[in-house]
Design a protein around this ligand. Structure first.
Ligand SMILES: NC(=O)c1ccc[n+]([C@@H]2O[C@H](COP(=O)([O-])OP(=O)(O)OC[C@H]3O[C@@H](n4cnc5c(N)ncnc54)[C@H](O)[C@@H]3O)[C@@H](O)[C@H]2O)c1
Ligand SMILES: N[C@H](C(=O)O)[C@H](O)COP(=O)(O)O
Length: 339
Protein backbone atom coordinates (compact mmCIF):
# COMPACT_ATOMS: atom_id res chain seq x y z
CA UNK A 1 0.00 0.00 0.00
CA UNK A 2 1.28 3.48 -0.87
CA UNK A 3 2.40 5.69 2.05
CA UNK A 4 2.43 9.52 2.19
CA UNK A 5 5.90 9.81 0.71
CA UNK A 6 5.03 7.42 -2.10
CA UNK A 7 1.85 9.33 -2.85
CA UNK A 8 3.77 12.53 -3.36
CA UNK A 9 5.84 10.90 -6.12
CA UNK A 10 4.62 11.47 -9.68
CA UNK A 11 3.30 8.51 -11.64
CA UNK A 12 5.17 8.24 -14.93
CA UNK A 13 3.87 5.95 -17.68
CA UNK A 14 6.55 4.43 -19.91
CA UNK A 15 5.39 2.74 -23.12
CA UNK A 16 7.33 -0.23 -24.46
CA UNK A 17 7.97 1.23 -27.94
CA UNK A 18 8.42 -1.08 -30.93
CA UNK A 19 8.68 -4.60 -29.43
CA UNK A 20 11.25 -5.74 -32.00
CA UNK A 21 13.43 -2.69 -31.33
CA UNK A 22 15.57 -1.55 -28.43
CA UNK A 23 12.70 -0.07 -26.39
CA UNK A 24 12.33 -3.13 -24.12
CA UNK A 25 16.13 -3.44 -23.78
CA UNK A 26 16.67 0.13 -22.60
CA UNK A 27 13.67 0.06 -20.25
CA UNK A 28 15.02 -3.09 -18.60
CA UNK A 29 18.56 -1.80 -18.27
CA UNK A 30 17.65 1.75 -17.19
CA UNK A 31 15.16 0.64 -14.52
CA UNK A 32 17.60 -2.00 -13.35
CA UNK A 33 20.56 0.37 -13.01
CA UNK A 34 19.03 3.45 -11.40
CA UNK A 35 16.50 4.42 -8.74
CA UNK A 36 14.12 7.04 -10.13
CA UNK A 37 12.26 9.27 -7.63
CA UNK A 38 8.86 8.43 -9.08
CA UNK A 39 6.27 5.72 -9.45
CA UNK A 40 6.99 4.14 -12.83
CA UNK A 41 4.34 2.19 -14.76
CA UNK A 42 5.58 0.39 -17.86
CA UNK A 43 2.77 -0.17 -20.36
CA UNK A 44 3.83 -3.35 -22.13
CA UNK A 45 3.37 -7.07 -22.52
CA UNK A 46 5.02 -8.54 -19.38
CA UNK A 47 6.15 -11.59 -21.40
CA UNK A 48 7.97 -9.30 -23.85
CA UNK A 49 9.97 -7.84 -20.97
CA UNK A 50 10.63 -11.26 -19.40
CA UNK A 51 11.79 -12.74 -22.73
CA UNK A 52 14.05 -9.76 -23.50
CA UNK A 53 15.47 -9.80 -19.96
CA UNK A 54 16.39 -13.48 -20.51
CA UNK A 55 18.00 -12.68 -23.86
CA UNK A 56 20.02 -9.86 -22.31
CA UNK A 57 20.87 -11.77 -19.13
CA UNK A 58 19.24 -9.10 -16.95
CA UNK A 59 17.81 -10.23 -13.61
CA UNK A 60 14.77 -8.13 -12.84
CA UNK A 61 11.57 -8.53 -10.84
CA UNK A 62 8.59 -7.87 -13.14
CA UNK A 63 5.30 -7.26 -11.35
CA UNK A 64 2.00 -7.08 -13.24
CA UNK A 65 -0.42 -4.43 -11.98
CA UNK A 66 -4.20 -4.66 -12.08
CA UNK A 67 -4.64 -0.93 -11.42
CA UNK A 68 -1.97 1.63 -12.29
CA UNK A 69 -2.76 3.46 -9.01
CA UNK A 70 -1.29 0.50 -7.06
CA UNK A 71 2.22 1.24 -8.29
CA UNK A 72 4.93 1.59 -5.65
CA UNK A 73 7.91 3.94 -5.65
CA UNK A 74 10.44 2.76 -8.18
CA UNK A 75 13.25 0.61 -6.86
CA UNK A 76 16.22 -0.47 -8.93
CA UNK A 77 15.63 -4.00 -10.23
CA UNK A 78 11.82 -3.84 -9.99
CA UNK A 79 9.50 -3.09 -12.89
CA UNK A 80 5.74 -2.55 -12.52
CA UNK A 81 3.84 -3.37 -15.69
CA UNK A 82 0.36 -2.42 -16.81
CA UNK A 83 -0.28 -5.23 -19.27
CA UNK A 84 -1.14 -4.94 -22.95
CA UNK A 85 -0.90 -8.19 -24.88
CA UNK A 86 1.16 -8.59 -28.04
CA UNK A 87 -0.60 -10.15 -31.04
CA UNK A 88 2.47 -12.32 -31.72
CA UNK A 89 5.61 -13.14 -29.76
CA UNK A 90 8.11 -10.43 -30.62
CA UNK A 91 11.53 -11.33 -32.01
CA UNK A 92 14.31 -8.85 -31.34
CA UNK A 93 15.42 -7.27 -34.61
CA UNK A 94 12.50 -8.53 -36.72
CA UNK A 95 9.63 -6.12 -37.32
CA UNK A 96 6.15 -7.64 -37.52
CA UNK A 97 3.19 -5.55 -38.59
CA UNK A 98 0.93 -7.88 -36.57
CA UNK A 99 2.23 -6.16 -33.44
CA UNK A 100 1.58 -2.60 -34.67
CA UNK A 101 -1.91 -2.45 -33.06
CA UNK A 102 -0.22 -3.39 -29.76
CA UNK A 103 2.14 -0.42 -30.08
CA UNK A 104 -0.74 1.95 -30.82
CA UNK A 105 -2.72 0.52 -27.88
CA UNK A 106 0.14 1.23 -25.45
CA UNK A 107 0.25 4.86 -26.65
CA UNK A 108 -3.52 5.20 -26.45
CA UNK A 109 -3.55 3.85 -22.86
CA UNK A 110 -0.72 6.17 -21.83
CA UNK A 111 -2.44 9.23 -23.32
CA UNK A 112 -5.82 8.36 -21.79
CA UNK A 113 -4.23 7.78 -18.39
CA UNK A 114 -2.59 11.21 -18.53
CA UNK A 115 -5.74 12.98 -19.72
CA UNK A 116 -7.69 11.28 -16.90
CA UNK A 117 -4.95 12.36 -14.42
CA UNK A 118 -4.06 8.78 -13.47
CA UNK A 119 -0.55 9.46 -14.79
CA UNK A 120 1.46 12.65 -14.38
CA UNK A 121 3.57 12.21 -17.52
CA UNK A 122 4.37 9.87 -20.40
CA UNK A 123 7.81 8.74 -21.55
CA UNK A 124 7.96 7.04 -24.94
CA UNK A 125 10.80 4.76 -26.05
CA UNK A 126 11.02 4.60 -29.85
CA UNK A 127 8.41 3.25 -32.23
CA UNK A 128 8.96 2.32 -35.87
CA UNK A 129 6.85 4.68 -37.96
CA UNK A 130 7.12 2.53 -41.11
CA UNK A 131 5.70 -0.65 -39.59
CA UNK A 132 2.90 1.33 -37.91
CA UNK A 133 1.99 2.88 -41.28
CA UNK A 134 1.84 -0.61 -42.80
CA UNK A 135 -1.41 -1.19 -40.87
CA UNK A 136 -3.00 1.48 -43.07
CA UNK A 137 -3.08 4.04 -40.26
CA UNK A 138 -0.94 7.10 -41.08
CA UNK A 139 1.47 7.47 -38.17
CA UNK A 140 4.08 10.19 -38.59
CA UNK A 141 5.20 10.41 -34.96
CA UNK A 142 4.24 10.39 -31.28
CA UNK A 143 4.10 14.20 -31.47
CA UNK A 144 1.24 14.12 -33.96
CA UNK A 145 -0.41 11.06 -32.30
CA UNK A 146 -0.69 12.81 -28.91
CA UNK A 147 -1.67 16.08 -30.60
CA UNK A 148 -4.65 14.25 -32.17
CA UNK A 149 -5.49 12.36 -28.98
CA UNK A 150 -5.40 15.56 -26.88
CA UNK A 151 -7.10 17.60 -29.62
CA UNK A 152 -4.38 20.21 -29.29
CA UNK A 153 -4.54 22.89 -32.00
CA UNK A 154 -0.77 23.19 -32.24
CA UNK A 155 2.19 21.37 -30.73
CA UNK A 156 5.93 21.92 -30.90
CA UNK A 157 8.68 19.32 -31.12
CA UNK A 158 11.71 20.35 -29.09
CA UNK A 159 14.86 18.34 -28.48
CA UNK A 160 17.21 19.41 -25.69
CA UNK A 161 20.63 18.63 -24.33
CA UNK A 162 22.17 20.30 -21.29
CA UNK A 163 23.55 23.04 -23.53
CA UNK A 164 21.21 23.35 -26.49
CA UNK A 165 17.48 23.37 -27.24
CA UNK A 166 16.17 23.05 -30.79
CA UNK A 167 12.47 23.40 -31.66
CA UNK A 168 10.86 22.96 -35.08
CA UNK A 169 8.24 24.91 -37.01
CA UNK A 170 7.35 21.82 -39.09
CA UNK A 171 7.78 18.27 -37.78
CA UNK A 172 7.47 15.06 -39.79
CA UNK A 173 6.74 16.54 -43.19
CA UNK A 174 8.14 15.54 -46.58
CA UNK A 175 10.72 18.16 -47.57
CA UNK A 176 8.80 19.27 -50.67
CA UNK A 177 5.82 20.22 -48.46
CA UNK A 178 7.87 22.36 -46.07
CA UNK A 179 7.83 25.75 -47.88
CA UNK A 180 4.03 25.80 -48.10
CA UNK A 181 3.81 24.97 -44.39
CA UNK A 182 5.95 27.99 -43.39
CA UNK A 183 3.15 30.51 -42.95
CA UNK A 184 2.44 33.47 -40.68
CA UNK A 185 0.01 31.25 -38.79
CA UNK A 186 2.33 28.26 -38.30
CA UNK A 187 5.29 30.41 -37.26
CA UNK A 188 3.17 32.49 -34.87
CA UNK A 189 1.54 29.47 -33.21
CA UNK A 190 4.86 27.69 -32.75
CA UNK A 191 6.71 30.77 -31.46
CA UNK A 192 3.95 31.58 -28.95
CA UNK A 193 3.69 27.96 -27.69
CA UNK A 194 7.47 27.72 -27.47
CA UNK A 195 7.84 31.03 -25.62
CA UNK A 196 5.09 30.08 -23.14
CA UNK A 197 6.54 26.64 -22.35
CA UNK A 198 10.10 27.99 -22.06
CA UNK A 199 8.72 30.34 -19.41
CA UNK A 200 6.40 27.93 -17.62
CA UNK A 201 8.20 24.59 -17.96
CA UNK A 202 11.81 25.79 -17.97
CA UNK A 203 11.56 28.89 -15.79
CA UNK A 204 13.11 31.24 -18.40
CA UNK A 205 11.50 34.61 -17.68
CA UNK A 206 12.12 36.22 -21.08
CA UNK A 207 13.28 33.57 -23.55
CA UNK A 208 15.64 34.55 -26.37
CA UNK A 209 14.64 32.55 -29.42
CA UNK A 210 17.09 32.33 -32.31
CA UNK A 211 15.23 31.74 -35.59
CA UNK A 212 16.66 30.06 -38.70
CA UNK A 213 15.83 31.15 -42.22
CA UNK A 214 14.43 28.56 -44.61
CA UNK A 215 16.68 29.07 -47.63
CA UNK A 216 20.47 28.98 -47.98
CA UNK A 217 21.90 32.20 -46.50
CA UNK A 218 18.39 33.05 -45.28
CA UNK A 219 17.40 33.76 -48.90
CA UNK A 220 20.32 36.09 -49.78
CA UNK A 221 18.04 39.16 -49.98
CA UNK A 222 15.52 37.26 -52.09
CA UNK A 223 18.01 35.93 -54.65
CA UNK A 224 17.92 32.41 -53.15
CA UNK A 225 14.26 32.24 -52.14
CA UNK A 226 11.62 34.70 -50.94
CA UNK A 227 10.10 32.97 -47.88
CA UNK A 228 12.21 35.12 -45.52
CA UNK A 229 11.12 38.42 -47.12
CA UNK A 230 7.51 37.44 -47.78
CA UNK A 231 6.69 35.52 -44.61
CA UNK A 232 9.33 34.95 -41.94
CA UNK A 233 10.63 38.51 -41.40
CA UNK A 234 7.18 40.20 -41.32
CA UNK A 235 5.85 37.51 -38.97
CA UNK A 236 8.78 37.84 -36.57
CA UNK A 237 8.37 41.64 -36.62
CA UNK A 238 4.70 41.31 -35.65
CA UNK A 239 5.60 38.90 -32.87
CA UNK A 240 8.31 41.26 -31.60
CA UNK A 241 5.65 43.96 -31.22
CA UNK A 242 3.93 41.67 -28.67
CA UNK A 243 7.08 41.65 -26.54
CA UNK A 244 8.71 38.45 -27.74
CA UNK A 245 12.48 38.33 -27.87
CA UNK A 246 13.33 36.94 -31.29
CA UNK A 247 16.66 36.99 -33.11
CA UNK A 248 16.74 36.36 -36.86
CA UNK A 249 15.98 34.93 -39.27
CA UNK A 250 19.65 34.05 -39.62
CA UNK A 251 21.34 31.67 -42.08
CA UNK A 252 21.08 28.24 -40.46
CA UNK A 253 24.61 27.20 -41.40
CA UNK A 254 26.29 29.86 -39.27
CA UNK A 255 23.60 30.28 -36.62
CA UNK A 256 24.74 27.09 -34.88
CA UNK A 257 27.99 28.71 -33.69
CA UNK A 258 28.85 29.97 -30.19
CA UNK A 259 28.58 33.63 -31.24
CA UNK A 260 24.83 33.21 -31.75
CA UNK A 261 24.05 30.20 -29.54
CA UNK A 262 25.50 31.99 -26.50
CA UNK A 263 22.79 34.66 -26.79
CA UNK A 264 19.93 32.19 -27.13
CA UNK A 265 17.78 29.99 -24.91
CA UNK A 266 16.45 28.02 -27.86
CA UNK A 267 16.90 27.71 -31.62
CA UNK A 268 13.81 27.54 -33.81
CA UNK A 269 14.50 25.61 -37.02
CA UNK A 270 12.11 25.62 -39.96
CA UNK A 271 12.21 21.86 -40.56
CA UNK A 272 13.31 18.54 -39.05
CA UNK A 273 16.67 18.01 -40.76
CA UNK A 274 17.70 21.66 -40.48
CA UNK A 275 17.81 21.57 -36.68
CA UNK A 276 17.97 18.01 -35.39
CA UNK A 277 21.24 16.83 -37.00
CA UNK A 278 23.10 19.64 -35.22
CA UNK A 279 21.53 18.81 -31.88
CA UNK A 280 22.13 15.07 -32.33
CA UNK A 281 25.73 15.70 -33.38
CA UNK A 282 26.27 17.62 -30.18
CA UNK A 283 24.46 15.30 -27.81
CA UNK A 284 23.14 12.05 -29.36
CA UNK A 285 22.40 9.55 -26.66
CA UNK A 286 21.88 12.13 -23.92
CA UNK A 287 19.19 14.39 -25.36
CA UNK A 288 15.47 14.46 -24.63
CA UNK A 289 12.58 15.02 -27.01
CA UNK A 290 9.76 17.04 -25.43
CA UNK A 291 6.37 17.79 -26.94
CA UNK A 292 5.32 21.33 -26.05
CA UNK A 293 1.77 22.66 -26.37
CA UNK A 294 0.00 19.51 -25.10
CA UNK A 295 -2.19 19.55 -21.99
CA UNK A 296 -0.11 16.59 -20.77
CA UNK A 297 3.61 16.05 -20.21
CA UNK A 298 5.34 13.87 -22.76
CA UNK A 299 9.05 13.20 -23.20
CA UNK A 300 10.93 10.76 -25.37
CA UNK A 301 14.35 9.52 -26.37
CA UNK A 302 16.54 11.16 -29.02
CA UNK A 303 16.97 7.98 -31.08
CA UNK A 304 14.99 5.45 -33.05
CA UNK A 305 14.28 1.74 -32.77
CA UNK A 306 17.88 0.70 -33.64
CA UNK A 307 16.60 -2.63 -34.92
CA UNK A 308 20.21 -3.69 -35.52
CA UNK A 309 20.94 -3.52 -31.78
CA UNK A 310 17.77 -5.05 -30.29
CA UNK A 311 18.54 -7.97 -28.00
CA UNK A 312 22.32 -7.45 -28.26
CA UNK A 313 22.91 -5.50 -25.06
CA UNK A 314 24.72 -2.79 -27.05
CA UNK A 315 21.98 -0.14 -26.94
CA UNK A 316 22.68 2.88 -24.76
CA UNK A 317 19.97 3.74 -22.23
CA UNK A 318 21.37 7.28 -21.65
CA UNK A 319 18.65 9.17 -23.48
CA UNK A 320 15.88 7.15 -21.81
CA UNK A 321 17.28 7.96 -18.37
CA UNK A 322 17.36 11.66 -19.32
CA UNK A 323 13.80 11.47 -20.72
CA UNK A 324 12.50 9.83 -17.52
CA UNK A 325 14.26 12.37 -15.28
CA UNK A 326 12.90 15.28 -17.37
CA UNK A 327 9.37 13.87 -17.14
CA UNK A 328 9.73 13.58 -13.35
CA UNK A 329 11.05 17.16 -13.05
CA UNK A 330 8.30 18.55 -15.26
CA UNK A 331 5.61 16.61 -13.38
CA UNK A 332 6.93 17.89 -10.02
CA UNK A 333 6.99 21.46 -11.37
CA UNK A 334 3.44 21.12 -12.67
CA UNK A 335 2.30 19.91 -9.23
CA UNK A 336 3.94 22.94 -7.60
CA UNK A 337 2.13 25.29 -10.03
CA UNK A 338 -1.23 23.62 -9.39
CA UNK A 339 -1.04 23.85 -5.57
N1 LIG B 1 11.15 8.64 -30.42
C1 LIG B 1 10.88 7.83 -31.45
O1 LIG B 1 9.91 7.10 -31.46
C2 LIG B 1 11.81 7.80 -32.64
C3 LIG B 1 12.90 8.69 -32.76
C4 LIG B 1 13.70 8.62 -33.90
C5 LIG B 1 13.44 7.67 -34.88
N2 LIG B 1 12.37 6.83 -34.72
C6 LIG B 1 12.07 5.78 -35.69
O2 LIG B 1 13.02 4.72 -35.55
C7 LIG B 1 13.13 4.01 -36.78
C8 LIG B 1 14.60 3.82 -37.14
O3 LIG B 1 15.16 5.10 -37.37
P1 LIG B 1 16.67 5.38 -37.79
O4 LIG B 1 17.28 4.12 -38.29
O5 LIG B 1 16.66 6.58 -38.61
O6 LIG B 1 17.39 5.83 -36.45
P2 LIG B 1 17.91 5.02 -35.19
O7 LIG B 1 18.11 6.03 -34.12
O8 LIG B 1 17.05 3.86 -34.86
O9 LIG B 1 19.33 4.45 -35.63
C9 LIG B 1 20.36 5.29 -36.14
C10 LIG B 1 21.73 4.73 -35.72
O10 LIG B 1 21.95 5.01 -34.36
C11 LIG B 1 22.17 3.80 -33.63
N3 LIG B 1 21.45 3.93 -32.35
C12 LIG B 1 20.18 4.36 -32.18
N4 LIG B 1 19.84 4.34 -30.90
C13 LIG B 1 20.92 3.89 -30.23
C14 LIG B 1 21.18 3.63 -28.85
N5 LIG B 1 20.24 3.85 -27.89
N6 LIG B 1 22.39 3.16 -28.49
C15 LIG B 1 23.34 2.95 -29.44
N7 LIG B 1 23.15 3.17 -30.76
C16 LIG B 1 21.95 3.63 -31.14
C17 LIG B 1 21.59 2.69 -34.48
O11 LIG B 1 22.20 1.43 -34.20
C18 LIG B 1 21.85 3.21 -35.88
O12 LIG B 1 23.15 2.93 -36.26
C19 LIG B 1 12.35 4.85 -37.81
O13 LIG B 1 11.09 4.25 -38.01
C20 LIG B 1 12.21 6.20 -37.16
O14 LIG B 1 11.09 6.90 -37.58
C21 LIG B 1 11.57 6.86 -33.63
N1 LIG C 1 11.84 13.55 -34.84
C1 LIG C 1 12.26 12.73 -33.76
C2 LIG C 1 13.73 12.46 -33.82
O1 LIG C 1 14.29 12.58 -34.90
O2 LIG C 1 14.30 12.10 -32.80
C3 LIG C 1 11.58 11.39 -33.82
O3 LIG C 1 11.23 11.03 -35.11
C4 LIG C 1 10.52 11.16 -32.83
O4 LIG C 1 9.42 11.94 -33.07
P1 LIG C 1 8.14 11.66 -32.18
O5 LIG C 1 8.50 12.04 -30.79
O6 LIG C 1 7.11 12.54 -32.76
O7 LIG C 1 7.80 10.22 -32.34
Amino acid sequence: MANDTTESLPIIAITSGEPAGIGPDIILSALNEQNFPARLVVIADPDLLKDRANTLGITVNIQTLTHSEDVAAHKQGFISVLPVTLAKKARAGILDVANSPYVLETLKKAGEGCLQKRFDAIVTPPVHKGVLCETGVHFSGHTEFFQAQCRSPHVVMMLATETMKVALVTTHLPLKEVPAAITERSISLVVKALNKDLQEKFGIARPNILVCGLNPHAGEDGHLGREEIDTIIPTLNKLRQTGLNLIGPLPADTLFTPKYLDQADCVLAMYHDQGLPVLKYSGFGNAVNITLGLPIIRTSVDHGTAIDLAGTGKASNGSLKVAIQHAINMANNAKKFST
